[in-house]
Design a protein around this ligand. Structure first.
Ligand code: SAH
Length: 265
């Protein structure tokens, strides 16, 4: 049995201020850190000099190191180190494969702890001015993966998702966005229901697009949005303008452009 302890740490959606106190404390006391591609540069900058760090995966569509190898790396690291951090975007147990890694550690008798992080659904929605629930508009939320392998259809019961009082949040939904929206409408979701895409949520590069179910996929395509993108569908999205408190650098550039174009400046 290895002497090390593996901490599966959620790093939140990007803004380093959204790290938990425990996550920060562990990052600063680590011997070795294995991190995902989605962990932001600003968070990586908090790792003390001299701590070994390895990028091991995974961003939508790109698997740097196969999951089986990541599992093995953690098991090996626990043999040689005291404090091993597995740093993951958002929350380790939400579409993060944290539980697969934890099961592998359990299988090898390696001690582990899980430190939850703010999941992208929470972070992106708050920073985009969209409450996931709101009295009178939404009484439940569904977190859904929009990722599907090339020759496999998304195995989703679309009819079950059609409820005007449920907010739908799709992770990894960018590449299949058109299919998602079409399937929802075919299953009976009103084409006018508001829908949003949030790129790089909670960071200075945040970019949000507000539309409706029938137009979102085209609007996103036109905008050239790249992953990571969070898709939020539901009546709550209609609050996005009133509750838009976060101004990213991307918003600032656009505002300056608008002022310039209107001839005021
Ligand atoms: N464990 C993570 C999710 C990993 S799946 C969590 O709890 O947040 C990766 C998907 O999360 C991305 O494809 C994207 O849909 C979403 N995502 C993660 N960070 C994001 C961000 N900063 N902005 C927008 N979407 C994000």
């Amino acid at each position: 049995m290895g002497k090390g302890m593996v901490y599966l740490v959620g790093s939140g959606p990007g803004d380093p201020d959204l790290l938990t106190v425990k996550a920060l404390r562990l990052i600063q006391s680590a011997d070795v850190i294995f991190y995902d591609r989605l962990v932001s540069d600003e968070i990586l900058a908090l790792i003390p000099k001299g701590v070994s760090r390895f990028m091991v995966g995974k961003a939508s569509g790109h698997h740097c190191v196969p999951q089986q190898e990541i599992n093995q790396l953690l098991v090996n690291a626990a043999d040689k180190n005291r404090t091993i951090i597995r740093l993951k975007g958002g929350d380790p147990y939400i579409f993060g494969r944290g539980s697969e890694e934890a099961l592998e550690l359990h299988k090898h008798g390696i001690k582990f702890e899980v430190i939850p992080g703010i999941t992208a659904a929470s972070g992106c929605s708050s920073y985009a001015g969209i409450p996931l629930t709101h009295r009178g508009l939404s009484r439940s939320v569904q977190f859904i993966t929009g990722h599907f392998r090339e020759d496999e259809p998304l195995e989703i019961n679309w009819e079950k998702l059609v409820d005007p009082q449920t907010t739908l949040v799709f992770y990894m939904g960018l590449s299949s966005l058109d299919y998602i929206c079409q399937s929802l409408m075919k299953a009976g979701l009103d084409a006018d229901i508001a829908a949003a895409a949030v790129q790089n949520g909670t960071t200075h590069q945040q970019n949000r697009l507000i539309s409706n179910v029938s137009h979102l996929a085209d609007a996103v395509k036109e905008s050239g949005m790249q992953a990571p993108v969070m898709i939020i569908i539901g009546e709550v999205v209609t609050l996005a303008d009133d509750l838009n408190w976060f101004i990213s650098s991307a918003d600032e550039i656009q505002l300056e452009q608008e002022v310039y174009e209107s001839g005021i400046a």
